[in-house]
Design a protein around this ligand. Structure first.
Ligand code: AMP
Length: 533
């Protein structure tokens, strides 16, 4: 390496990847407070914490969120899970998928058949050993390929023309290329994981409704901006049940929202607003979507290119549009709440009644359709001030049928996810929270021989629950007090020859400089309460 290049490398700093960030000590104190509030509030509503893995099979989200969703089609971080012992298997896959077979060469054809056979044998073993491998796709693909291999052998024995062999081999090659190594993803959300865990642990046999909450990081490859990150954090809760009529469902919905409002209140988040909607069910939503599509087609020329495309692909998404020129048009579109089937209408009416009964104010927002496929009936969103365009701090809704979609028993579900990053941002912006320093006592010790005494006292104070800074090196009195002040300590405890000899310690309150001499026994009580006992 040249000297110049070496220097350049020295200078290049390491940094976190785009869209992820570090959360540093003073801020983490606030995070802990918010998370602790969730633990406490959710427990009072009978929810238990579930800790979920961050890695999941890709198909979990493909099945629940839908292949068309932004999250699945564009935003997931995936990882190939190539087990070490499968190395050979995938090498055969590479041979059978990439090889340009000279069809007139029988040796080459033998080798191709051999590679394919070894691949299929390997896959058969893998499929029988690992249920989750590849899912239905790999299963049927392997079966189809065994048939194609037989077909190829038969064609060769009959001596079909090279052109036909070529076509057959091409088909095989393409099918082989579709067999992928197992793919895992960093979870983009956790509702699907909760449902998976619910099924996997047979939680439907538990008594009563199953109420779970979780917190942790989620990953989506979105365009980062204020309040939108690629690794972000959610606090979420789900209620899964297999009994109850529409009225009971509505009560569950309202109680979940009540829990949320209590959480925001206790976390000190002010100025939140709750928006609700019903997006119908598989009976009434398709009819409404058609109605919307017809209405949108009539005004197609006035819409932007994205919305024009969505008329065909997903008309509901047009309602999400933030484009200024489309707002007046959207206001005039048919609204789903006016096209609900009798059951959905009954539940929506009941949810509103239940919210009113609980004194929770809300605004109906017909544009709240949520981006994900699995929602039905009740949907809601909570916004908070100080966040600019990314002002949603919580999204949620009902998802009856999702557990069934994943192979579980018929189950109703309702849940939400709070964006923790945004809650913190809003708390910081709106309440202008002072930077909190958590240091109670700075131990200003002087004279090397007094260090053991200082260490013992620091330990005693810490046992008493106080946050104590014991500097590792001796400092001059003035400098020590200056540092205690900069660290934001409430008190400085002075330990010098006199103090150790008399066992009377000088405590200086840094706020106003007031000093006291106290014995070791009185110290903890005084430092905790701020008063001499
Ligand atoms: P969703 O899972 O999309 O329903 O989102 C629920 C909540 O998570 C939103 O209301 C946001 O508060 C938060 N959220 C979603 N995506 C992000 C992101 N990329 N960065 C930060 N917060 C997010």
């Amino acid at each position: 390496m040249s000297e110049g290049a070496g220097k350049a490398q020295e200078k290049r700093k390491v940094h976190a990847i785009k869209g992820v960030r570090d959360i540093l000590p003073l801020e983490t104190a606030l995070w802990n407070r918010v998370e602790q509030t969730a633990h406490e509030v959710f427990a009072t509503y009978g929810f238990g914490e579930i800790r979920l893995p961050i890695l999941e099979h890709t198909h979990l989200f493909e099945r629940t969120l839908g292949l068309e969703s932004d999250v699945v089609s564009k935003e997931m971080y995936s990882i190939l899970n190539r087990e070490k012992e499968d190395h050979e298997l995938w090498a055969w896959r590479d041979v059978a998928s990439d090889w340009d077979v000279p069809v007139e060469d029988p040796n080459a054809l033998d080798q191709f058949e051999d590679a394919l056979e070894r691949l299929l044998e390997g896959l058969d073993i893998k499929l029988s050993e690992d249920e989750s491998f590849g899912g239905a796709v790999a299963d049927s693909a392997v079966h189809a390929l065994w048939e194609k291999l037989d077909e190829l052998r038969e064609a060769r024995s009959k001596g079909v023309p090279p052109k036909d062999l070529e076509t057959l081999i091409d088909t095989i090659r393409l099918k082989v290329a579709c067999i992928r190594e197992e793919e895992l993803v960093l979870r983009p959300e956790a509702t699907a994981s909760v449902c998976r865990a619910y099924i996997e642990h047979g939680m439907h046999t538990l008594p009563g409704n199953v109420k779970l909450y979780y917190m942790g990081p989620m990953f989506r490859r979105e365009r980062p901006q204020k309040g939108r990150y690629r690794q972000f954090y959610q606090i979420g809760a789900e209620v899964l049940s297999h009994t109850g009529d529409l009225k009971e469902d509505a009560r569950v919905d309202a109680e979940v929202i009540e829990m949320l409002t209590t959480f925001f209140e206790k976390a000190g988040l002010e100025g939140t607003a709750l928006y609700i909607n019903s997006i119908g069910c598989k009976e009434c939503r398709p009819k409404y979507v058609e109605l919307l599509r017809t209405a949108l087609t009539k005004v197609k020329d006035k819409l932007g290119p994205d919305s024009q495309r969505r008329i065909e692909t997903n008309p509901l998404r047009v309602l999400d549009s933030k484009l200024e020129s489309e707002q007046a048009i959207i206001e005039k579109l048919p609204r789903i709440a006016e096209h609900l089937c009798p059951d959905c209408l009954e539940e929506y009416t009941e949810v509103k009644k239940q919210l009113a009964m609980r004194g929770i104010s809300y605004t109906q927002n017909f544009r709240l359709v949520r981006g994900l496929d699995y929602y039905m009936r009740t949907t809601f969103e909570i916004t908070a001030p100080g966040l600019g365009s990314q002002n949603a701090v919580c999204g949620g809704g009902r998802y009856d049928g999702l557990v069934e979609l994943l192979g579980g028993p018929p189950t109703k579900g309702i849940g939400f996810a709070i964006g923790t990053d945004r809650v913190i941002l809003s708390l910081q912006e709106i309440r202008k929270l002072p930077v909190e320093r958590a240091l109670d006592v700075y131990v200003a010790w002087m004279g090397e021989k007094n260090y053991p005494a200082a260490m013992k006292i620091a330990r005693r104070l810490r046992e008493g629950g106080l946050a104590v800074e014991l500097p590792p090196g001796e400092m001059k009195f003035g400098k020590a007090l200056g540092l205690a002040d900069k660290l934001g300590a409430r008190y400085a405890l002075i330990i010098g020859d006199d103090e150790v000899a008399t066992k009377q310690f000088t405590v200086k309150r840094l706020e106003d400089g007031e000093q006291k001499k106290l014995g070791e026994r009185e110290l903890v009580a005084y430092l905790k309460a701020g008063e001499a006992p």
